[in-house]
Design a protein around this ligand. Structure first.
Ligand SMILES: [Zn+2]
Length: 471
């Protein structure tokens, strides 16, 4: 029988002698790379042997306490640490993993295979490193009490195959092995995912923080995975991907080229950051939600917030209103935007502060008007803006103050952001024979702005399906 100790001594001497002669710096690139691989292969074999010997020492120490005493150690772990000149934690890791990969002998003298036989085989052959082996053994051990043994064995075999590679696929990097192990564990142990989800449910939160000097409210929170995914999807789906479109200019007609130029100019005019755009999408979503929740009560207006404003402020277009429930004043401009979509209800007070008279809601587009405008405009009418019709607000093209009527021929769809930026931004609006037109970046002449595919002559009352979708 070959003596492993003699083999190790001879191999050590060989390696020492060879290392003394070779020059690493003089090695060719291919030689260098080949050596890195070969070193690892030999290292894996030795690592496997280290585990096996540490575990065997621990097994014998449990049967014979003198073994530990002879080493002057306090425990088997301590003794292995001393013998190998390693830390106790490293010694413990070797012993634990070594036991998981060691076969044993039953009282009747039969050999009992290792608990993790596939991993043990791969480590012994030097195909699997102990880092990946440790990952697989540790994670599968955690779920083993709850998982059927055959399922566990199958998972172990598949993970070893992924980690070591086979004829068709190369070995996985250890980081990827960790991902795969987590996937397998989640798959075979549904009970393991549930407690984590329960913890997440407990810790979900959305908090309104302090208000900055500018009146911005900070929000903080932790969203459940599905909620986060929904919000992310809604936000990102409605933010146009920036960047050039690589279309072959020679393959385009003159008209298509001009159209592209116009779109590019409109895109450049939108200087919002991605974070700002996400905020604006959220504004549009909240608008739409408010409209749905309260449509039966307030004629399709989003009444989630109430602003109190003096009649003179609205008439003069100067001053401020106050958001219900806050001390934050809002500009007359903001009041106008909310009035456009939410309407105005006049309340006359006596000098003493009692209610003298209460008017009905004015200047608010009815759901029927809104549906007609949606059928015509098909979404925020600003070129390049992807916000859909359901999330858009109806804007008075000629302001109410200047005599603009609350009529479909004076209402157009604008998203949350374009509604608020329309007075200061680069876009101008005009109704021509009941059709919205825009002028702005890349659109130097009045351009039909509706996003319906149908041409104007084909305009018709909204079909039944459109009613259902939007109403
Ligand atoms: Zn828009």
């Amino acid at each position: 029988m070959t003596n492993f100790r003699q083999t190790l001594v001879a191999m050590g001497a060989d390696v020492r002698a060879t290392l003394g002669e070779v020059s690493i710096g003089g090695a060719s690139d291919s030689e260098l790379m080949a050596c890195i691989g070969e070193l690892e292969a030999v290292g894996r074999l030795l690592d496997g042997a280290r585990l096996a010997y540490a575990a065997e020492f621990d097994r014998r120490a449990a049967l014979d306490g003198d073994l530990v005493v002879a080493q002057g150690g306090r425990s088997a772990v301590d003794s292995v640490a001393k013998l190998a000149s390693i830390s106790e934690s490293a010694a413990k890791r070797r012993i634990v993993l070594g036991h998981a990969l060691a076969s044993s002998v039953s009282f009747s003298g039969e050999t009992i295979p290792p608990r993790f036989e596939s991993v043990a085989d791969a480590v012994r052959d030097g195909r699997l490193g102990i880092e990946a082996a440790g990952l697989i053994v540790t994670q599968l051990s955690k779920v083993s009490p709850r998982v059927d043994d055959a399922v566990l064995r199958a998972a172990e075999a598949s993970l070893v195959e992924l980690a070591t590679g086979d004829g068709t696929a190369p070995p996985l990097a250890v980081d990827l092995v960790a991902d795969q192990v987590a996937l397998f564990v989640a798959r075979i142990d549904p009970d393991g995912v549930r407690p984590r989800e329960e913890r997440a449910r407990q810790n979900r939160a959305l908090t309104f923080g302090r208000v900055t000097a500018d009146g911005l409210t900070t929000i903080r929170g932790a969203l459940m995975p599905v909620t986060a995914a929904q919000l992310r999807r809604l936000c990102d789906a409605h933010i146009r991907a920036a960047g050039p479109q690589f279309l072959d200019p020679d393959g385009l007609s003159e008209a298509e080229r001009e159209q592209l130029d116009r779109e590019a100019a409109a895109d450049r005019a939108d200087t919002r950051s991605r974070a700002q755009k996400r905020h604006d999408v959220l504004g549009s979503i909240l608008d739409a939600a408010a409209r749905v929740a309260d449509a039966p009560h307030l004629a399709g207006a989003p009444p989630a917030v109430i602003i109190t404003v003096a009649a003179a402020v609205l008439e003069e277009g100067r001053g401020a209103g106050f958001l219900d429930g806050t001390r934050t004043p809002v500009s007359e401009e903001t009041v106008e935007h909310l009035a456009d979509t939410g309407g105005v209800q006049p309340v006359t007070l006596t000098p003493g502060g009692a209610i003298l008279s209460l008017g009905s809601v004015q200047r608010c587009f009815t759901p029927m008007q809104r549906r007609a405008i949606i059928a015509r405009d098909g979404g925020c009418i600003i070129p390049g803006c992807p916000i859909p019709a359901g999330w858009s607000e109806v804007h008075h093209v000629i302001p109410h103050r200047d005599g603009g009527a609350t009529h479909v021929d004076n209402g157009v769809l604008l998203c949350w952001w374009h509604h608020r930026g329309i007075d200061s931004g680069p876009w101008r609006l005009q109704m021509q024979r009941g059709v919205p037109h825009v002028r702005g970046p890349g659109h130097y002449e009045w351009t039909v702005a509706t996003k319906r595919r149908a041409s104007i002559t084909e305009l018709r009352p909204p079909s039944r399906s459109e009613h259902r979708r939007t109403g």
